[in-house]
Design a protein around this ligand. Structure first.
Ligand code: CA
Length: 494
């Protein structure tokens, strides 16, 4: 397979092939996909697949909004001010009529591109490259699952709230015609579809191609890591543990390795390669020639960029309790506020061009530790948690004399994954709370939560705004679409 560093050339073409979701006024649901007859050969599949990655690279998708949404809706990060790009998410200042439509439209555009591949690929001649064709199919399945998972957790309540009985989003696996008016599937049905796609992707990728390193492409180890996370959300603890361990052992066997303490502060700028994989299992590759621009995470998190997203004073206080924790070295400061410098540009690039790690081996370790705690397996909880704790500060260890608690693992998860889009979902998925509060600290003395109602400062999965409303465009275009509870009766909200 040709390794593609740039997704740029294919992006324009594929967007043309399914641009309907961007036309707000045409009243076609974003789930509509035009018939596509352009995928007939292996090279077409490769081209189409790069089109999916190119769409993911957009700042309204995985180079930006799909990631920071989960951060600023939680309690570890906040918008610098209410007028910043992340401000409305942070303050939950939207109604069913004003909520953003981009999650939905970009999400379903990307799913449609995956479906264009998946509806054709079984009939395509593999031209003697059986494993490569299988790997292509695995990628399309994995990316479709990743996007459906994100849509499900953005629009649907956490699975454990009601065992998935509430509404998720429509599961679209075929090319829908213009008149299709899909209705929402339940959260349980969405998880079944996500898990089925990821399991099928693993089967399709369990060969030399799927185990190989192709820069900017998801492979077997990335899929296993993602599935371990999905299993945790779904309450499948044994499967989550087994899958996380399979991801770790497989990835480490192929040369992936946790960044060391010494590497950690600057490893984010690494331009990973097959001979220097580091710990990023899947990343969006942005370059100067193929950049998502100023709306991307690099610029939003930068003191020299839009300065959009900062850590909360409570998070700052929590992480700096141990001032020798290497992760404190990622803080940068501006006007008594702390930023997280994870989206570092690669050599010779501008901050806008920073790559976006979406799956890291550190998370896989924490997935394993969390699953082990939930299974009552303290030995393995210690093993996997200690790798992260000890890397952060070599003077700290977790050993067998400690009975690891779930709170301990989840606190470590906050410290490790801040700024990577996890926090609100992690806080709520097991019935916990987002708890926004100020903690005074001289270094971040200007960082205070903006004035909000109590329900926005401290909430669990019962707060109706922990899920977004279905966008107005989709409600208007599709009579089968049902709005999330709470939004319909809402008169106004600041
Ligand atoms: Ca880059």
């Amino acid at each position: 397979m040709k390794s593609k560093l740039s997704y740029i050339l294919v992006g324009a073409f594929m967007l043309t092939a399914s641009s309907c979701g961007n036309d707000w006024l045409d009243l076609e649901p974003s789930t509509y996909t035009p018939t596509d007859n352009s995928i007939n050969y292996m090279s077409d599949v490769n081209f189409a697949l790069n089109g999916v990655y190119s769409n993911m690279q957009n700042a309204y998708a995985y180079s930006g909004r799909f990631v920071y949404y989960g951060d600023v809706t939680g309690d570890d990060m906040q918008a610098y001010s209410s007028t910043k790009r992340s401000g409305d998410y942070y303050t939950f200042s939207y109604t069913k009529d004003t909520a953003p439509s981009s999650f939905w439209s970009y999400g379903y555009n990307m799913i449609a591109l995956c479906n264009q591949i998946l509806t054709k690929i079984d009939d395509i001649d593999d031209e003697g490259e059986t494993e490569l064709k299988s790997y292509y199919k695995g990628q399309a399945l994995a990316l479709r699952a990743m996007i459906l998972f994100d849509l499900t957790r953005i629009y649907g309540y956490p699975y454990k709230k009601d065992n998935g009985a509430s509404l998720g989003v429509p599961i679209v696996t075929t090319l829908l015609d213009k008149d299709a008016k899909p209705s929402r599937n339940t959260v349980a049905e969405c998880y079944d579809a996500i898990i089925a796609d990821l399991e099928a992707a693993i089967t399709a990728m369990d060969n030399d191609e799927g185990q190989s390193y192709y820069k900017g492409h998801i492979n077997l180890y990335g899929v296993r890591s993602l599935l371990s996370r999905v299993y945790l959300y779904h309450g499948d603890n044994q499967k989550a543990y087994d899958m996380a361990v399979a991801a770790i052992d497989g990835a480490e066997g192929e040369g992936y390795v946790l960044w060391t303490n010494a590497e950690y502060p600057t490893a984010w700028s690494n331009d990973a390669s097959s001979s220097n994989k580091g710990e990023v299992l899947f990343e969006i590759v942005n370059t100067t020639d193929d950049s998502p621009g100023k709306e991307a995470l690099g610029y939003l998190h930068s003191t020299s960029g839009y300065r959009d997203i900062i850590v909360t004073s409570s998070f700052y206080s929590m992480l700096t309790e141990d001032e020798d924790d290497v992760r404190t070295q990622l803080f940068t400061f501006y006007s008594k506020r702390a930023f997280v410098y994870k989206y570092q540009p690669q050599e010779g690039e501008e901050i806008t061009d920073a790559n976006i790690p979406l799956l890291r081996l550190s998370e896989t370790y924490l997935n394993a530790a969390e699953a082990a705690v939930k299974l009552g397996d303290n030995t393995n909880a210690v093993k996997y948690l200690n790798a992260i704790v000890n890397r952060a500060n070599p003077n700290n260890t977790v050993d067998e004399s400690t009975t690891v608690t779930l709170e301990q693992v989840m606190t470590e998860r906050r410290k490790e994954l801040v700024g990577e889009g996890h926090r609100m979902f992690d806080a709520l998925r097991d019935g916990g709370y987002v708890y926004r509060h100020n903690v005074s600290s001289s270094k971040v003395s200007s960082t205070k939560h903006l004035t909000m109602s109590d329900e926005k400062m401290n909430f669990n999965w019962d707060y109706f705004k922990c899920v977004l409303p279905i966008p107005k465009d989709e409600m208007d275009a599709n009579p089968n679409m049902e709005q999330n509870p709470g939004y319909s009766s809402e008169s106004s909200d600041e």
